[in-house]
Design a protein around this ligand. Structure first.
Ligand code: HEM
Ligand SMILES: *[C@@H]1O[C@H](CO)[C@@H](O)[C@H](O)[C@H]1NC(C)=O
Ligand SMILES: *[C@@H]1O[C@H](CO)[C@@H](O)[C@H](O)[C@H]1NC(C)=O
Ligand SMILES: *[C@@H]1O[C@H](CO)[C@@H](O)[C@H](O)[C@H]1NC(C)=O
Length: 315
């Protein structure tokens, strides 16, 4: 009994010392329409620009991996401080206007109540739903942070990471190998620039010009799209042929050697992660359930202090 109490209280301590308490009914009294307002804005933006859902989903992931989901990714650089959005892996983070628009409308309904971090978490869920993926209730009550540093984007996992580097990156944030496999499924939508997989298709290493884990005709296609020396800055490839549909194609592609990044193919390099890839490739339902569970876990990493008035600047 004593052990159980000690265990529970240490668990509570470890949670409360690092997190804002999140709940499903957080805005029930103070801003009951917040989620509907955000959903409408994201939907209208996605109708005009079909790259919006992928951009918003990736933005939320980047936010959560640096200082927790605290909207640090939304802050603008100021004075000598270069913010995350101006750091190196910023390439393709591009739908900031969607969150600005959503914030404006939410502020009009209930000023000073709903954090930018929550708005981004809602929008990421909406992006998945709009792409035909599963829906879920987003726990709410995140606060916005006051710090954003370009240098900290070095803490994001890189596309060349192998499985142990990925494991370390995720476990530092309390995320498991199962979470890694499920969340990597975010790569079922969107686009990548050549620079993110350039190393795999030319001068891979001393013995192989092309990464031998890549299916040869797939690599040849990418080479034809991506000129040497990254000469075409905007060139790239869709994550999968159904890149606006949130489905399990991504996992089928991994099994065929047709995923874009080493970090995707790396999921085949341990027995457990490989089994999960096969399971998700065979079952859209299994993938959807796992993705929802892991998204809620990732989006519950918190770290902010205030409710920003403008998502681009601290109060
Ligand atoms: C496991 C580690 C991960 C790595 C190494 C990684 C890396 C990358 C890279 C390099 C790109 C392409 C950027 C570009 O060249 O434009 C990208 C795009 C993307 N990533 Fe990831 N990512 C990871 C995990 C995630 C997670 C957890 C999610 C969301 C759940 C996610 C969602 C996306 C989406 C949606 C895109 C497409 C963005 C767009 O089309 O604008 N990624 N990722
Ligand atoms: C990305 O960061 C670079 C500096 O690393 C900066 O010059 C560029 O303007 C940024 N791009 C976007 C879209 O923010
Ligand atoms: C992953 O890469 C790191 C750094 O290059 C290396 O130390 C490690 O041995 C690699 N792990 C695997 C499983 O290849
Ligand atoms: C190049 O990569 C392949 C596949 O990962 C590996 O088998 C080979 O040993 C590597 N060659 C060198 C020289 O590192």
């Amino acid at each position: 009994m004593i052990f159980i109490v000690a265990f529970l209280s240490s668990l509570l301590l470890s949670v409360s010392s690092t997190a804002n308490a999140l709940s499903l009914n957080y805005y029930d009294k103070t801003c009951p329409d917040a989620e509907d307002i955000v959903a409408k804005v994201v939907k209208n933006a996605a109708i005009k620009d079909k790259t919006v859902p992928a951009a918003v989903l990736r933005m939320h992931f980047h936010d959560c991996f640096i200082r927790g989901c605290d909207a640090s990714v939304l802050l603008n650089s100021k004075g000598t401080n270069k913010a995350e959005k101006d750091g190196p892996p910023n390439i393709s983070l591009h739908a900031f206007f969607v969150i600005d628009d959503a914030k404006k409308e939410v502020e009009a309904a209930c000023p000073g109540v709903v954090s930018c971090a929550d708005i981004l978490a809602f929008a990421a869920r909406d992006a998945v739903v709009l792409s035909g993926g599963p829906t879920w209730d987003v726990p709410k009550g995140r606060k916005d942070g006051r710090t954003s540093k370009a240098s900290e984007t070095a803490q994001l996992p890189a596309p060349a990471f192998n499985i142990s580097q990925l494991q370390q990156s995720f476990s530092q944030r309390g995320l498991s190998m199962d979470d890694l496999v499920a969340l990597s499924g975010g790569h079922t939508i969107g686009f990548s620039h050549c620079s993110s997989f350039q190393k795999r298709i030319r001068n891979f290493n001393a013995t192989h010009d092309i990464d031998p884990t890549m299916q040869p005709s797939f690599a040849a296609t990418l080479r034809s799209v991506c000129p040497a020396n990254n000469a075409a800055k905007n060139a790239g490839a869709t994550m999968d042929p159904s890149s606006t549909t949130f489905d399990n194609t991504y996992y089928k592609l991994i099994l065929q050697g047709k995923a874009l990044f080493s970090s995707d193919e790396a999921l085949l390099t341990t027995p457990n992660t490989k089994d999960l890839v096969s399971e998700f490739a065979g079952s859209q339902v299994a993938f959807s359930e796992a993705f929802v569970k892991s998204m809620i876990k990732m989006s519950s990493l918190t770290g902010g202090q205030e409710v920003r008035k403008d998502c681009r600047v601290v109060n």
